[in-house]
Design a protein around this ligand. Sequence first.
Ligand code: GLN
Length: 455
Amino acid sequence: TEACLGAVEAAGALNAFVHKTPDMARDMARAADERIKAGNAVPMTGIPLGIKDLFCTTGVESQAASRILDGFRPEYESTVTQNLWDAGAVMLGKLNMDEFAMGSSNETSTYGNAVNPWKGKDGAELTPGGSSGGSSAAVAADLCLAATGTDTGGSIRQPAAFTGTVGLKPTYGRVSRWGTIAFASSLDQAGPMTKTVRDAAIMLGAMASVDDKDSTSADIPVPDFEAALTGDIRGKKIGIPREYRIDGIPDEIDALWRQGAEMLRDAGAEIVDISLPHTKYALPAYYVIAPAEASSNLARYDGVRYGRRAKLGQGDGINDMYEKTRAEGFGPEVQRRVMIGTYVLSAGFYDAYYNRARKVRALIKRDFDQVYADGVDAILTPATPSSAFALGSMAKADPVEMYLNDVFTVTVNLAGLPGISVPVGLDGQGLPLGLQLIGRPFDEGELLNVAQVME
Ligand code: GLN
């Protein structure tokens, strides 16, 4: 814990930790020592962690990287973090992210972006990915042994791929969403961001639970994920979906994808071509459904119940208070999502956009169900269409350019499946590249087992 606290202090330029809790960390580390002495330790005991700013932590700023939650200190602890503390883990502080987890580069954060510890050509500063960019930067730079992330459309897997770390999005319902600030409730899932697949297995075991406080928490027991890491994948069927061979992805990502398949074949798996025909509609469906749910979830930030309220003028009424508070509290990307969400849910456009997107979502899920029914055990794809890009390089005028980053990851959230990004190689600039494996629902153990073969 002391070593991590020192590393956090020394790495201020990465802007990964946005609230530090050194006193709490030392108290927790002492308690962990006692627990180890008493013989009650489990594998997470005494492990120093960073926590994404999206998780509510009692008495510690929990702002979702938004101005509208300035100074918000919850009176309750999220189930995920409580589970980790119950296992004896140590909190170093809160990690940077995109505002309300909306973004792919960490550039929508009210704290300013976190920075990738990997550097581009001529030392160019790169994005650590988003939205869990503080988490990926902190793990990659050895500021903590692991971190929590959340993934609504790729926010664990893409930052992991951009920093050479491991990121696991569990099956929807595996990890409780209680106390995790909501973005899109039917897609959000928290998961571990770690240095190794084994660490991900251990940490997922500690984070996951069946939780009465979350009606979407699945009543399925949490197995020993580490025990599933047998290294034996002989006879497993790994699907390569032809629809993921999209135009314009760099040759080196294509080559890495083939290399990953080779590694799995060498370990005794069978590689099969599969089809997920509705893949091309996933991104548009996601960018209707996620904003729709966000516009509803974010209605609670009204200047009354949480965080910040705008200064009001003489004669301002309650509507002025809402408008001014939300106009100054939400950044441009969040405002864009609220506008899109409100539009697609409005009476005149509901059928044309929201309902249609829901139907597409059902078809996407059916594609996966079919492939798994045909005996496929896991699906291998690239994690991202590029390696980490330079900060500031995406055109602000065209948000769709940024949205295209999520092309390989959003299908997994729409279908509620588990997905993991594993670092497999480097590109021509020496930057990390990740591959994604998609598993069967509630079989994270087997997913981790296959992933470990490519590590
Ligand atoms: N980049 C995606 C978005 O902006 C995904 C974010 C996430 O998974 N939280 O919506």
